[in-house]
Ligand binder design. Structure first.
Ligand code: KG4
Ligand code: ZN
Length: 359
C-alpha cells in the first residue's frame, strides 16, 4: 500500500510518499519546501505570504516527491491523506484542495487528519535507511506535543483515542523560543538558534521562573488547608517576559550574554516539560512516553526526557529530527491508521477547521 501525504498547515509545503511493508511504514520520499527565508524578513510567519507561497510550491513539491519515490503517477497511490486543521486558513486551504482534486481525479480514497495527530504518528514512521528500529507501540501511553502552536500532554489508550491532560494557557513552547530569539535579534525560527547558543552558555546564570509547578492550596469544609497536586497545564509567557526584561536592562548585548540567557531560558522550559511529562505518565500509570513536534528537535530536551524516562522505567520514543518539525510523512502515517480504523472521509464533507481540537 502506498500513501500520499500532504501538509500545508503553516509555513512548510510538504508532500510525502510512504509504503506499508512488513508492518512498518517506510518513507519513499518526504519533500519539505520551507518558507523560512521569506518569513525571516518579518521575524515570524505572515499568513497571507505563506498562503501564496504554498500555491506556488505545491505542484513542484508534489512532482519531486513522486519522482524521488519512483512513483510514476498518483494512479499508483492507494490512499491520500491531508491536514485539515489546526493551522492558518489560507495555508490549509491549499493542501486540502490539492488533496481533494487528486482524490477526485484519480478516484482515490481520502482521509483528513489533525495536524497534531500527524506529530504523534511521526513516532511510527522510520526512514528506510535507519530501518533497524521497528517501533512496536504499546498502549496506553502519554505523549508530549511541543510545537510552535501547541504544548500539550495527551493520554492515548489506543490508536486515535486522545485525552488532553494539560496544555498551555498562553504561549506554546516553540512560540516562546521564537519570541525570545526575536528580542535578541537572532532570526526565525528561534528554537534551533537558541539551542546552539545554549550549548556554550551557563544554564544557572539567570534564575528564570518555572510556572505552574505548584499545586493550589484549598480550604476544606473542616477549615483545614489542603495542597493539591500540580496540574498538567503549562504557561510560558511569564518566563518569556522575564527574559525580555533582562534583555531590556542590558545596555550592550554581548555574545556571552546571549549564550547565558539562551541556556538559562532553555533550562527553564526543559525542566517544566520533562517534569510534567513524568507526572502525567505516573498519574496515568502508562509504560510508554512519546515526544513530538518541532521543539522535540531540540536535542537537549530529547536527551533529558529520554534519560529521566528510562530512569523511571518508562519506554521512550522520539521521531528522528527531520520528522519532528512539520512534514507530510507524519500526515501520511496518521492517515494510514485513520483509514485502517475508520475508513475514508467523504470528499464532499471534509473541510478545513483552523481551530480543530484533538479528540
Ligand atoms: O512542529 P513545527 O514545525 O510547527 C508547528 O506545528 O508549530 O514547530 C515549529 C517550532 C518553532 O517554534 C521552532 O522554533 C521550534 O519548533 N523548534 C525548536 C527547535 N527546532 C524547531 N525549538 C527548540 N529547539 C529546536 N532545536
Ligand atoms: Zn507542527
Amino acid at each position: 500500500m502506498v500513501i500520499l501525504g500532504i501538509e500545508t498547515s503553516c509555513d512548510d509545503t510538504s508532500v510525502a510518499l510512504l509504503k506499508l511493508g512488513d508492518n512498518k511504514l517506510d518513507i519513499l520520499s518526504n519533500i519539505v519546501s520551507s518558507q523560512i527565508n521569506i518569513h525571516n524578513l518579518y521575524g515570524g510567519v505572515v499568513p497571507e505570504v505563506a498562503s501564496r507561497a504554498h500555491i506556488e510550491n505545491m505542484i513542484p513539491v508534489l512532482k519531486k516527491s513522486l519522482r524521488d519515490a519512483k512513483i510514476k503517477s498518483v494512479k499508483d497511490v492507494d490512499l491520500i491523506s491531508t491536514t485539515c486543521g489546526p493551522g492558518l486558513v489560507g495555508s490549509l486551504v491549499v493542501g486540502i484542495n490539492t488533496a481533494k482534486t487528486l482524490a477526485f481525479a484519480f478516484k482515490k480514497p481520502l482521509v483528513c487528519v489533525n495536524h497534531l495527530e500527524g506529530h504523534i504518528y511521526a513516532n511510527l514512521v522510520r526512514e528506510v535507511k535507519s530501518q533497524k528500529s521497528k517501533v512496536k507501540i504499546k498502549f496506553p501511553l502519554v505523549v508530549l506535543i511541543v510545537s510552535g502552536g501547541h504544548t500539550m500532554l495527551v493520554h492515548m489508550k489506543d490508536h486515535l483515542k486522545y485525552k488532553i491532560l494539560g496544555e498551555t494557557k498562553d504561549d506554546a513552547a516553540g512560540e516562546a523560543f521564537d519570541k525570545v530569539a526575536r528580542v535578541l535579534n537572532l532570526g526565525y525560527p528561534g528554537g534551533p538558534i537558541i539551542e546552539k547558543l545554549a550549548e556554550k552558555g551557563d544554564a544557572e546564570y539567570f534564575k528564570f521562573p518555572r510556572a505552574e509547578m505548584e499545586g493550589k492550596t484549598i480550604r476544606l469544609e473542616s477549615g483545614f488547608l489542603k495542597k493539591l497536586p500540580p496540574n498538567l497545564d503549562f504557561s510560558f509567557s511569564g518566563l518569556k517576559t522575564s527574559v525580555i526584561n533582562e534583555v531590556r536592562k542590558k545596555r550592550r548585548v554581548t555574545d556571552k550574554f546571549k549564550k547565558d540567557i539562551s541556556a538559562s531560558f532553555q533550562e527553564a522550559v526543559v525542566e517544566v516539560l520533562v517534569q510534567k511529562t513524568l507526572w502525567a505518565a505516573e498519574r496515568k500509570k502508562v509504560k510508554t512516553i512519546f515526544i513530538s513536534g518541532g521543539v522535540a528537535a531540540n536535542s537537549y530536551l530529547k536527551e533529558k526526557l529520554k534519560k529521566e524516562s528510562l530512569k523511571n522505567n518508562f519506554n521512550f520514543f522520539a521521531p528522528p529530527k527531520i520528522l519532528c518539525t512539520d512534514n507530510a510523512a507524519m500526515i501520511a502515517a496518521a492517515g494510514y491508521f485513520k483509514y485502517k480504523i475508520k475508513g475514508p472521509d467523504s470528499l464532499k464533507k471534509i473541510k478545513i477547521d483552523p481551530n480543530l481540537r484533538l479528540k
